[in-house]
Design a protein around this ligand. Structure first.
Ligand code: SF4
Ligand code: SF4
Length: 195
C-alpha cells in the first residue's frame, strides 16, 4: 500500500562496460584530486599563520576592570540567566571596607567560571550585563587535553592591570560618550568618589 505518491521505483541498472572496468572512474577521481592541487587552500598553517578575523568575531571573554583598576562585575547573575548554554556559574561575596580599589560595587564575584566547552559564543552574556563587566574579545580560546582545563575561572577571565583589553569596538559611540559623563554615579570610580 502506498501512503504518498512520492515513492520512487528503484531500478537495478546493468553496469556498462566502462563501469565494469572501474579504470575510468578511478581516473576521474584522480583528476578531481589533482585539480585541488591548483586551487586556493582552505586551511592555514596555524599558529604560524593566522586567519584574518571578522570585525564581529566573538572569542574568549574578559571580565573588565574600571579605569581605576577595580573589578566591574557585581555578581548580579544576569549573564548566567541569559546564557542559553548554562555555561556561567558564580558565587558572590560582600565587599569589605578598604576593598573599594579592588571591587567597584558592594557585591562582587568571589568565584566566576565559564565552561568554554559549553559556550557557543553567542554574546548574550555581554548584552545582558548592566555593568559593562563582561565582553567577548577576538582572542581564540586555547585548546587543552582535559575537560577541567576548559572551565575558565577569574584567573583567566579578569583583565590584567598591566595588559588592558580594548573592547571599545564592541561598544556603540553613544555608550562610550555616556561612560565619560562622570555626573552619573554609574560612571564614577572609587577615585572619583573620593574627590
Ligand atoms: S557567549 Fe553565550 S554561551 Fe557563551 S557564556 Fe556568554 S551567553 Fe553563554
Ligand atoms: S558579568 Fe555583568 S551580568 Fe554577569 S554577574 Fe557580573 S555584572 Fe552581572
Amino acid at each position: 500500500m502506498q501512503l504518498t505518491n512520492r515513492s520512487i521505483q528503484v531500478v537495478k541498472k546493468e553496469l556498462t562496460l566502462s563501469e565494469r572496468l572501474y579504470f575510468p572512474a578511478i581516473i576521474k577521481g584522480m583528476l578531481i584530486t589533482l585539480s585541488h592541487l591548483f586551487k586556493r587552500k582552505a586551511t592555514v598553517k596555524y599558529p604560524d599563520q593566522e586567519r584574518e578575523l571578522a570585525a564581529v568575531y566573538r572569542g574568549q571573554h574578559v571580565l573588565k576592570r574600571d579605569e581605576a583598576g577595580a573589578e566591574r562585575c557585581t555578581a548580579c547573575g544576569l549573564c548566567a540567566v541569559a546564557c542559553p548554554a548554562e555555561a556561567i556559574t558564580m558565587e558572590s561575596a560582600e565587599r569589605k571596607k578598604g576593598e573599594e580599589n579592588l571591587y567597584r560595587e558592594e557585591k562582587y564575584a568571589k568565584i566566576y567560571e565559564i565552561n568554554m566547552l559549553r559556550c557557543i559564543f553567542c554574546g548574550l552574556c555581554e548584552d545582558a550585563c548592566p555593568k559593562e563587566a563582561i565582553f567577548l574579545t577576538d582572542r581564540i580560546v586555547p585548546s587543552s587535553f582535559t575537560r577541567g582545563e576548559e572551565v575558565f575561572g577569574k584567573d583567566l577571565l579578569v583583565e590584567s592591570l598591566t595588559e588592558r583589553v580594548d573592547v571599545t569596538k564592541r561598544q556603540t559611540p553613544e555608550v562610550l560618550s555616556f561612560k565619560n559623563d562622570k555626573k552619573h554615579k554609574h560612571n564614577q570610580t572609587y577615585l572619583d568618589r573620593k574627590k
